[in-house]
Design a protein around this ligand. Structure first.
Ligand code: MSP
Length: 603
């Protein structure tokens, strides 16, 4: 029997489509799955969707769906599409609205109830719908959820509770006895501190929800979405316990406290390891729909290739810590590392063999110094992959391409080919073996590129050990070389633009009074607005139709940018702009603190 390896990603909420943060977790899990498969292990890689959230209902309604399941089905196709584009090799895709999952939840709950760990009680406290989690005052920053920047709801409701507080000591003991259970180390310390503060029992159901899995004997109660979601991991029973749950730091508590508590109470084994990575940020800010900085992985894959994106996301940041995403950095890494270092090495070796040795690997001698450097890199990478230090493993592997380029350069085969033919042959023999190693060891990271390379090398990628064997035989034919990565143009570095007070003074902002509002019938969003800016009337075309009623707008006093270059929108002239805050994509008009005359300057 081969060793088994069971890896999971979080199951994602379906109120939005995947962004590069979700892609990051999924790619990390995919790399581990592909690596363990190459090592001959019996791998199960599970990802999927967490569909029973109240957020599903809200976004279905916002998007005009009456049938929430139809919305969930539609979103599932969108998520799968992204994972297909990014070459995610999942073995199963769980959706928590599937019957197989509902059955698992019912079974799990039955066990928990039979163990005497469930009781009915009143929950009075805070709830963040963004997290779908119960919070306490001390979880908040400035009264808001630190992950969703929103004030939590105050709830008082009758729920079923799970006696989580009974498991505090057992969880602490487990963490102490299994030093790798929570990784990285600093996340483990966070969890230990939380546990030492003491645990409350946790509600596992909520009343009166229109969507979700109902408690079987009490149809008024719906399982709390986290209770149902965590049980998804039990889907492939034969593979349980999971060897690793990949998550990010935002969902540490659910995975490292509630989930172990649930498993201990039901007598199931605990997962071997929970690895919580950091957040990808954009200009230092969390990626989120409400901040409007979401980056679409489909766009990036389309623009630069899925492998360039996979490579960059993993290469760029230490799994564990936060790291900033920049498209410009992606372009730079693509050019310098994938096109120059890797692509160049592949191309120069294959072209040389084709042009000088008729496309056949020449008879050459192994350079043991090169071979031992290669083995060292691969063994380091293995160790690092075992420790889930994926980016460092990738560095080690890319070192092989650097070593190869240096060796090629130093050996100068283009000179020795004439008089010292054997030296050129030796060089090629060693280089082609380095290429085989790269082709196999990079496969978990950039699979399509390596498949393409394996075609050019005329080999099959079947076993990780190929990466350190110097397997390619003398006389082996190679195929026509093709470029692996085209270089891209690198954006100019954009320095954050600062404006002077004099620049600001050039903006003529005044308080305007909205006089008349007319519908622009051809448009779903735009209204034609006449504004009195102190004796003069100016016209603006503003995207307020979806959020404001015409009657409520008339008479309002708002700041208006008056000296705006006129333009036409839908054929209607617009010569000034109402100022509004952008709240989650919705315009919220600004108002003066107290009544001011129309025409007064804003400075
Ligand atoms: N549905 C829950 C998880 C249930 S698992 C039993 C959930 N879903 S989520 O859609 O909000 O996804 C959260 C996960 O997405 C994070 O834990 C992380 O894996 C990934 N990421 C979301 N944004 C991210 C970044 N900006 N950066 C890195 N990973 C991010 O929570």
């Amino acid at each position: 029997m081969n060793d088994k390896f069971y890896v999971t990603t979080p199951i994602y909420y379906i109120n939005a489509v995947p962004h590069i943060g979700h892609a990051y977790s999924t790619i990390a899990a995919d790399i581990l799955a592909r690596w363990h498969r190459l090592c001959g292990e019996d791998v199960f890689f599970l990802t999927g969707l967490d569909e029973n959230s109240v957020k599903t209902v809200e976004s279905a309604k916002k998007k005009g769906y009456d049938n929430i399941q139809a919305y969930a089905d539609y979103m599932a196709t969108r998520w799968r599409k992204v994972w297909n584009i990014l070459n995610i090799s999942y073995d199963d895709f769980i959706r928590t609205t599937q019957d197989r999952h509902k059955r698992n939840v019912h079974d799990f709950f039955k066990k928990l109830r039979e163990s005497g760990e469930i009781y009915k009680g009143i929950y009075e406290g805070l709830y963040c719908e963004g997290c779908e989690g119960y919070l306490t005052e001390k979880d908040l920053t400035d009264g808001k959820c630190p992950f969703h920047y929103k004030e939590p709801k105050k709830l008082k409701e009758e729920n079923y509770f799970f006696k989580l507080s009974n498991y505090q000591d057992q969880i602490l003991e487990h963490i102490r006895d299994n030093p790798d259970f929570i990784q990285p180390e600093y996340r483990k310390n966070e969890v230990v501190n939380l546990l030492k503060e003491g645990l409350n029992d946790v509600s596992v159901s909520r009343p009166h929800l229109e969507w979700g899995i109902k408690v079987p004997w009490d149809e008024k109660q719906t399982f709390w979405v986290w209770f149902d979601a965590l049980i998804n991991y039990m889907l492939p029973r034969g593979y349980w316990p999971a060897d690793i749950h990949i998550i990010a730091k935002d969902i540490l508590r659910f995975h490292c406290i509630i989930w172990p508590g649930m498993l201990l109470a039901t007598g199931y084994k605990l997962p071997e390891k929970i690895f919580a990575h950091g957040f990808l940020t954009v200009k230092g800010q969390k990626i989120s729909k409400s901040l409007g900085n979401v980056i679409d992985p489909i766009y990036l894959a389309d623009q630069y290739s899925a492998d360039a994106l996979r490579y960059f996301l993993i290469r760029e940041k230490t799994l564990g810590q936060d790291g900033d995403f920049s498209e410009r950095e992606l372009q730079l890494k693509l050019n310098t590392e994938l096109a120059d270092t890797l692509g160049n090495f592949v191309h120069r070796v294959l072209t040389f063999i084709r042009n000088n040795f008729n496309g056949k690997v020449p008879k050459g001698e192994t350079d043991y110094k090169i071979k031992s450097k290669l083995i060292e890199c691969i063994e380091n990478a293995e160790e690092l992959l075992d420790e889930v230090k994926i980016n460092q493993a990738l560095d080690e592997i890319m070192l092989i391409a650097r070593i190869g380029n240096e060796y090629f350069q130093k050996s100068e085969p283009w000179k020795t080919i004439k008089e010292k033919h054997q030296e050129a042959a030796n060089c090629m023999y060693n280089c082609i073996n380095l290429l085989e190693s790269l082709c196999v060891s990079l496969y978990p990271f950039i699979p399509s590129t390596c498949e393409n390379l394996s075609n050019q090398l005329n080999i099959e990628i079947s076993d990780w050990s190929q990466s350190k064997k110097f397997n390619i035989e003398i006389g082996h034919s190679i195929e026509k070389p093709e470029i692996l990565f085209e270089k891209v143009e690198v954006e100019k570095e954009v320095k954050e633009k600062l404006i002077s007070i004099d620049d600001f003074k050039e903006l003529d902002i005044r308080i305007g009074r909205i006089k008349k509002v007319e519908d622009i019938e051809k448009s779903d969003k735009l209204l034609k607005i006449k504004i009195d800016i102190g004796g003069e009337i100016k016209q603006s075309v503003a995207g307020l139709k979806e959020t404001h009623n015409i009657v409520d707008l008339e008479g309002l006093k708002v700041p208006v940018l008056v000296n705006l270059e006129p333009s036409e929108l839908m054929g209607v002239k617009s010569e000034c702009m109402l100022l509004a805050a952008d709240s989650d994509g919705k315009p919220v008009l600004l108002k003066p603190e107290s009544d001011v005359e129309a025409g007064v300057k804003v400075k």
